[in-house]
Structures are given as structure tokens and as C-alpha cells.
Ligand binder design. Structure first.
Ligand code: BES
Ligand code: ZN
Length: 605
């Protein structure tokens, strides 16, 4: 690394309160992983070799983040051992690992360790939880601060690393990572990966199981269990088109390939933007490609999030707000303006709902884009606010400046900050200079400070209109009043159903719900988003004939976005509270730690 590079690396002074790393003195720049997967013991054993760059002449120690790791040795490249000390485990922060350098400045430190079977990033699934039932499965989810539960590292999005890995697996298991494939020795179960682009540690990802692969285009393809791969490839057939559209709008795709892996149903998210390899929930497989905007979202992260990354978790809206905005631009390019507009409107509905909820809970501070996470887990900031308020601010800017200028700004933003992590302040300073050309009066007029640092919704929000939603919203009112099923159209597409169901009043009579359910078979609908929206209506109205379907849904998938509101609704309604508790008790152990830790707050165990 050049002196300039080193200077740049340490130049930006921001404090990430969610890492123990002494990042002002020393930084990790590369991680070399050697990992063996033990499915019987549910542990990963191996080593991480961290390459270090020092900012000062004298550095006493290196502090790394760990959580639940059992360390057996720490050595430099020559084999010298280093004294180390594990601090006290402090809640979600995990345990500080301090390595004393003893006057030396080793370029590399190799840490040998074993993970804990309860590591939060890792879910181990027995064969019975896979479709074939023949092999176990494992996947990791490191965002936001769970990388430390399987890799000792400076677990901050502001500390970027390249990485390589050697992964040893039992017979029949194929591992994949968020990286390029190296030379595999399949007979020996040894697989190699390498990523020479610097990423934040939360993007290091591993999945392993009985995997098949199906190509979609020259740069795209899907991994999944053999029984799922055909359906998955059909559902995600537009992946190649998405990359082409994205490059047209946002500039070169800089990661090489874009593959996806469809994970078992316990995957706690819709999608996760692991570089080169998006992780996806099988609940996206609707059979009609209607939920692939999640894939567009994860692809968009290849620009916003993975290329330009939030420096701290308080800046999370730089990742998700920009990405949600780009997602809808992609949807517009591929599926048309009509659908994109309807998705914007649904998003705005979610946003208004969230703001109302936060105000009701007396947490108006959580409606601020640049959120205060002091004393809290970064995942507490994973709400509709960074996604939807962020996207709406960008939509407002697009509307004011016009697409030509706004897109030019976006493209320079990506070029300027490629492979860097930035704070909200830096992002705004750049915006003011490049997009506003320094115009203070306009900056005030467009209320940028208010958008980013104030509660609630600024008055210059842009409200998109859809003729199709006029029909569905009106249908909801008519149907709730009269029970007239003729206003409900069986040919509605997914977004229209969602608008209709969301627009139903709080109270709907049981006989009307019964008629609606019967006419459209809602308890059995295969589309997970529609099923979810229906179940929310059913629960708040204590519509008993839907409860079996709620139990089935809660038992067959672990996506937190669905689980949390469903359990919350079951709990909020005194007539369904015990039912929710009973279901949760039965299926809690099938959920990923990230999901059950969230639901435990609703139904304490
Ligand atoms: N990066 C997020 C998922 C995430 C955020 C995981 C914070 C852990 C902490 C991902 O890109 C995402 O937003 N997924 C959404 C889908 C999207 C279309 C809104 C999801 O999983 O529902
Ligand atoms: Zn996202």
C-alpha cells in the first residue's frame, strides 16, 4: 500500500460505537480464513490470519471483536506466539480480544479458534430441515455485527478488508461464499475462495449444503438444493436482465458474477446482498415472478452498500435508503413505471404506519434517518425509516433536479466513493457540492437537514399516484361496508392485492372475511406477501378459520419481516395471545437466532 493509501485509510475520523477495534491505531486490511465445518458438533474450527496496517510508530496492542470464540493460539508469520486477553462478554457487543504486541509490529497475526454452537451468525440445520432430508445445511448472516461470532476481526463497516478462504467440508456438501471460486479439490472436500475487492466484514458470507447450480445468463445463476433449483431459476430468470439494466443506469457492475442462493426457509431475511452471491429466502418463489423486486434490491446494493458503504450503523440509511430508491428504478426499467409507482405507494404506506407506531410507543427519535444507536444493537435501527424515508428523500431530489442531473450525481457518487465507507456527513457534503452546486438557499428550501436529522415526514414529500390503486382502495372501502365480492377482482396482481388488503379498515365482520376467504382461497394462497397481508387482517379481527393457516406459515418459514408483525399482532389481540404463545413454543427452535431473539421480546421465554 502506498503512503497516500495509508493516509486515506486512516483519514476519516468517525467513531463506530459498535466495534472494540482500536481502528485509529491499526487496521485489518485482509483476512485469510481456514475453516473446517463440523456439522455434528455444530462448530467451525480453524484460523483467521489478519493482515495489519499500522497508523503509528508505536502500537501497544490490537483489539478485535469476538463473540463466543474459543481461542487456542495467536502467532505471527514466523511462529512467534503473542499474549492475549479476552475481556468480559458485554451483551450484543461480544468480547474484546486484546493481542499484546510486545514491542513488535507483526504484519500478520494468525488466530486459531473454534466457534460456539450458538454463534448468532451461523445457523446449523439438520438434514430433516432440508428438502431432500439427506444432508445438513449451514449458512451465515453477518450483518449487522455478527461476523464476530465466527471470525475474529474489526467488525466495523468502516474497516474494509479483502479476503480469501479455504473451507473443508464433509462428503456431499458444497460450500459457497461471497467471493470468487478458486481451485477446489472436491474429492478431498477442500474448497477455495478469494475476493480482492475491499468489503466491510459484514459481507463475508458462507453457505454449505447439498447444492445444485443452474445458469441463468453469462454472469448470473442460482444455487439451491436440487429439488428447488429449477423453480428458483425460473423465478429469478430476469437476473441477467437486471444486471444489464443496472449497468445502464448506475455504471459498471464491478463484482464480476452475480449469483443467488436460495436458502432453506429458516433464512431470517428476504434477501441479503452478499457480494457476488445474494442470499435469498424461498418465500420469494411465488411461481409468478411477482416478488423479484427483492432481487432487484439486493443487486442494487452492489452499488449502494457494497461499493459505497455506511461507515457506521447510524449511517445505515446510506445503504438502505439509496438501495430502496435504486430498487424501484430497476423495477421501472424492467417491469414498467406502473408497478414501480405502486411499490412506491405501498412503501409510503409502510412508512406512515411505522412513524405512527413509533409515535404511539413514544419513540419519535426512531423516525430520524441518522438514528441514535447509543446503547443499542444496530439491528434496532433496521426499521422502515432508513429504507422508506431514505428512498423518499431521494425521490424528492430526483423530482426536483430531474432524472438526468440526479443520475449524473449518482454516477459520480459511485465513482468517487467506490470501495469506501462514508458517514452521513460526508455523503451530505458531497451531495451539497455535486448536486446542489453549493446552493445554500436551495439546500434549505428542499429541507435536507430536516429530512436527515429531524423526526417525522417533511412537507415536501412527493406523493405518487396510481389509477390502479384508486380502484383497489375504493374496493376495500366498498367491500368492508357492503360485503360485495364483485368489487374484488381475482385477476389483481400482487401489488393490487396488497393495496386492497392494507386498505381494509381495522374492523371487518367475520362473515365478510369468510366470504372473501372462500372466494379467493386466501388461507392457502401461495404468494407469501399476500398471505401475510391477509393473515394480519385475520388476526386483528380474531377470524378463527385463518388461525390454522397462520400456524402453518409460522411453522414453515423463519423470515423475520413476516414473523415479527404476525407474532406482535397475535400478542396484541387478547383473544389470540395464548394461541401465539403456543405456536411459538412449538416452532421457536426452528428459527434462526436473529429471528428468535427478536420474537423473544414479544413472547419472553
Ligand atoms: N441488507 C438487508 C438485510 C439486513 C439489514 C440484514 C440489516 C441485517 C441487518 C437486505 O438488503 C434487505 O433489506 N432485505 C429486505 C428486502 C428488501 C427488498 C427490503 C428483507 O430481507 O426483507
Ligand atoms: Zn437492503
Amino acid at each position: 500500500m502506498t503512503t497516500l493509501g495509508l493516509l486515506l485509510m486512516f483519514a476519516f475520523n468517525f467513531k463506530d460505537i459498535h466495534t472494540y477495534g482500536n481502528v485509529d491505531e491499526v487496521r485489518t486490511t485482509h483476512l485469510s480464513l481456514e475453516l473446517a465445518l463440523d456439522f455434528d458438533k455444530k462448530v467451525i474450527t480453524g484460523s483467521t490470519t489478519a493482515t495489519l496496517k499500522y497508523a503509528k510508530d508505536k502500537v501497544d496492542h490490537v483489539d478485535l471483536d469476538t463473540d463466543g470464540l474459543t481461542i487456542s493460539s495467536i502467532k505471527d508469520a514466523k511462529g512467534n506466539s503473542y499474549r492475549y486477553e479476552l475481556g468480559k462478554k458485554t451483551g450484543y457487543m461480544g468480547t474484546r480480544l486484546r493481542v499484546f504486541l510486545n514491542g513488535k509490529k507483526p504484519e500478520k497475526l494468525t488466530i486459531k479458534y473454534t466457534t460456539d454452537p450458538g454463534a448468532e451468525a451461523v445457523q446449523w440445520l439438520g438434514p430433516e430441515k432440508t428438502t431432500s432430508g439427506k444432508y445438513p445445511f449451514l449458512f451465515t448472516q453477518s450483518q449487522s455485527i455478527f461476523a464476530r461470532t465466527w471470525i475474529p476481526c474489526m467488525d466495523s463497516p468502516g474497516v474494509r478488508v479483502t479476503y480469501d478462504a479455504v473451507v473443508k467440508v464433509p462428503k456431499g456438501i458444497t460450500p459457497v461464499m461471497s467471493a470468487e471460486h478458486g481451485k477446489h479439490d472436491k474429492a478431498k472436500g477442500i474448497y477455495r475462495f478469494k475476493l480482492d475487492k475491499a468489503i466491510p466484514p459484514y459481507l463475508i458470507a458462507l453457505a454449505a449444503g447439498e447444492l445444485a447450480f443452474k445458469e441463468i445468463g453469462p454472469r448470473t445463476g442460482v444455487y439451491a438444493e436440487p429439488a428447488v433449483v429449477e423453480k428458483a431459476a425460473w423465478e429469478f430468470a430476469d437476473m441477467e436482465k437486471m444486471v444489464i439494466a443496472a449497468e445502464k443506469g448506475f455504471g459498471e457492475y464491478r463484482w464480476g458474477r452475480w449469483d443467488a442462493i436460495v436458502l432453506p426457509p429458516s433464512f431470517p431475511f428476504g434477501g441479503m446482498e452478499n457480494p457476488l452471491l445474494t442470499f435469498a429466502t424461498p418465500t420469494l418463489i411465488a411461481g409468478d415472478r411477482s416478488l423479484v423486486s427483492v432481487m432487484a434490491h439486493e443487486l442494487a446494493h452492489s452499488w449502494t452498500g457494497n461499493l459505497v458503504t455506511n461507515a457506521t450503523w447510524a449511517d445505515f440509511w446510506l445503504n438502505e435508503g439509496y438501495t430502496t430508491y435504486l430498487e424501484r428504478r430497476l423495477v421501472e426499467m424492467i417491469y414498467g413505471a406502473d408497478i414501480a409507482t405502486m411499490q412506491k405507494i405501498l412503501g409510503q404506506g409502510d412508512l406512515r404506519g411505522s412513524i405512527a407506531d413509533f409515535n404511539k410507543q413514544n419513540l419519535p427519535g426512531d423516525t430520524i434517518l441518522h438514528v441514535d444507536l447509543k446503547g443499542r444493537h444496530p439491528d434496532d435501527g433496521m426499521t422502515d425509516i432508513p429504507y422508506e424515508k431514505g428512498a423518499n428523500m431521494l425521490l424528492m431530489l430526483e423530482t426536483h433536479f430531474g432524472r438526468k442531473d440526479f443520475d449524473a450525481y449518482l454516477n459520480t457518487y459511485f465513482d468517487t466513493y467506490a470501495f469506501q465507507s462514508i458517514t452521513t456527513e460526508e455523503g451530505l457534503a458531497f451531495m451539497k457540492k455535486e448536486l446542489f452546486k453549493g446552493d445554500d438557499a436551495l439546500w434549505k428550501k428542499l429541507k435536507i437537514q430536516e429530512w436527515v436529522y429531524n423526526e417525522g415526514l417533511p412537507a415536501n414529500l412527493v406523493i405518487p399516484k396510481s389509477d390502479k390503486f384508486k380502484i383497489t382502495s375504493a374496493a376495500a372501502k366498498t367491500f368492508a361496508k357492503t360485503g360485495d365480492l364483485k368489487v374484488v377482482n381475482k385477476d389483481w396482481i400482487t401489488v393490487e392485492w396488497l393495496d386492497f388488503l392494507n386498505a381494509l379498515p381495522q374492523k371487518v365482520d367475520a362473515d365478510k372475511l369468510a366470504a372473501l376467504e372462500k372466494a379467493h382461497n386466501l388461507n392457502k394462497v401461495g404468494n407469501s406477501e399476500i398471505l401475510f397481508a391477509w393473515q394480519m387482517v385475520a388476526i386483528r379481527n380474531t377470524y378463527k378459520p385463518a388461525l390454522q393457516s397462520v400456524e402453518d406459515f409460522l411453522s414453515r418459514m423463519g423470515r423475520r419481516k413476516f414473523l415479527k408483525p404476525l407474532y406482535q399482532a397475535l400478542h396484541d389481540n387478547p383473544k389470540t395471545r395464548d394461541f401465539g404463545a403456543k405456536v411459538y413454543k412449538k416452532v421457536r427452535n426452528t428459527y434462526h437466532p436473529i429471528s428468535f431473539n427478536t420474537i423473544d421480546k414479544i413472547y419472553p421465554q
